[in-house]
Write a protein of this length. Structure first.
Length: 428
């Protein structure tokens, strides 16, 4: 059961998205929190005061060396725990699994380079100690799990999975299996990533220089280069031509039904299954467009328990890449047949940007909120649906009424990795 959700995502008006109400206010309107400064980017404006208010009493010896990834991950965790009415500092999570998904290492680079460039012969002892603490906390991609484990004083499983933009989705599947087999009663899953805007700008400039050479060597199984990051991402729109990135963190609290019932927790819904597949291509950057392995992941999730006709909504993973839209459309056609035209399938990546590892947790949290509200959020920035869609992308800026008990949520990683999560209402 999912009993708590918390966020540290780009917001509007200088305030980040932190709570379920904040998230719904943005996603239900199809609003975009992407701002343009050379490139469109979703930036989290988390002030020191906001951080200190939610996490008082952390020794400065550690906290002054926190990266943005540490701060985002800690804030989304305490927000999710508050939503679930669990106190991470009073022992409520002492036996919980604290699991993190990370895709990028942008937040780790400065700490890594500081150690690499330090001269042991000339550095002062006090400075060396500061450098050591910073490095131990921030050099590895497991850094957020490290500080979350310390905050909660958990004795349970504590580790990071890196599977690109499917990272937290994979961790949700691991958490579900841990709970189902009785290893833990509570699992806290966080997806967090930070992307360097400077890096994105450099990539854009490199792509411009590489475009002609790439086109000359490109084969049919190689993805096209996206033309820019300086236009607005529009998933499922006929004008879609780029991806915009964002940063931030999303945390969900998962519990066994028995544990949640004993303490009278609010139940958002259930994670019924999760499956991960790969296209099986030799090219490490490619994905094939038939959607066959996404279909396989969905069918593995459904098993004999749920029929595809019982799933009227899918939270799509489209990030504005037309290749993603193509294999999603083909997969939906294979799964639903002629019923695909009635399927509602929307993406809210245009709200916050393509943020990597948080996408899996965000898809679960937002889909369960839709289920609870009985409304499907529109696809942000989709105004003119593409001609090749085999489903209804819910264009515009208004929600669509839908009473539903089952849904799917999709996530992908470069190289053809596909993740599908089957979700259900609390009582199915």
């Amino acid at each position: 059961m999912v009993t708590g959700i918390g966020f540290c995502l780009p917001g509007q008006g200088g305030r980040p998205v932190l709570t379920a109400d904040d998230l719904w206010n943005v996603a239900s309107r199809g609003a975009s929190c992407l701002m343009k400064d050379d490139v469109y980017f979703g930036s989290v404006d988390l002030s020191d005061a906001m951080f200190d208010e939610r996490l008082p009493g952390i020794p400065p010896f550690f906290s002054r060396h926190y990266t943005a990834a540490h701060r985002f991950g800690l804030v989304s965790l305490v927000e999710a725990c508050a939503d679930a009415e669990l106190d991470p500092r009073s022992g409520d999570l002492s036996d919980a699994a604290i699991l993190v998904g990370r895709g990028g290492v942008d937040a780790n680079i400065d700490s890594y380079l500081s150690v690499l460039r330090a001269d042991p012969e000339t550095i002062q002892a006090a400075e060396a100690m500061e450098l050591f603490i910073a490095a131990e906390q921030a050099v590895t991609p497991s850094d957020v799990a490290l500080v979350q484990g310390a905050l909660t004083c958990s004795k349970g499983p504590n580790f990071t999975v890196s599977a690109g933009c499917a990272s937290s989705a994979v961790q949700i599947g691991i958490a579900r299996r841990m709970i189902a087999c009785g290893e833990v009663d509570v699992a806290v899953v966080t997806g967090v990533d930070v992307f360097s805007v400077k890096l994105i700008r450099n990539i854009q400039n490199l792509l411009r220089g590489a475009q002609n050479t790439y086109d000359a060597i490109r084969s049919d199984d190689m993805p096209s280069l996206l033309p820019s990051f300086d236009s607005l991402m529009r998933p499922y729109d006929r004008r879609a031509d780029c991806i915009n990135h964002g940063e931030g963190s999303v945390t969900i609290v998962m519990e066994s039904r028995e544990h949640a019932s004993r303490r009278g927790a609010h139940l958002y819904g259930q994670v019924l299954n999760q499956a991960t597949t790969r296209d099986g291509l030799a090219n490490p950057l490619a994905c094939e467009e038939t959607g066959s392995e996404l279909v396989a992941a969905v069918r593995r999730c459904l098993g004999d328990r749920v029929g595809i006709d019982q799933v009227p909504y899918v939270h799509g993973g489209s990030d504005g890449n037309v290749v993603v839209t193509a294999f999603e459309a083909n997969a939906v056609t294979e799964l639903y047949g002629s019923g695909a035209r009635d399927l509602l399938m929307s993406s809210q990546e245009g709200c916050f940007g393509h943020n990597g590892a948080p996408a899996g947790c965000l898809g679960v949290a937002l889909t369960l909120l839709m289920m609870e509200h009985g409304e499907v959020c529109p696809t942000a920035n989709c105004e003119e649906p593409a001609d090749n869609l085999t489903f209804d992308p819910v264009p515009g800026v208004r929600t669509r009424p839908l009473d539903f008990d089952y849904a799917l949520s999709f996530n992908y990683q470069v190289g053809g990795v596909k993740s599908a999560i089957l979700l259900g209402s609390p009582d199915v």
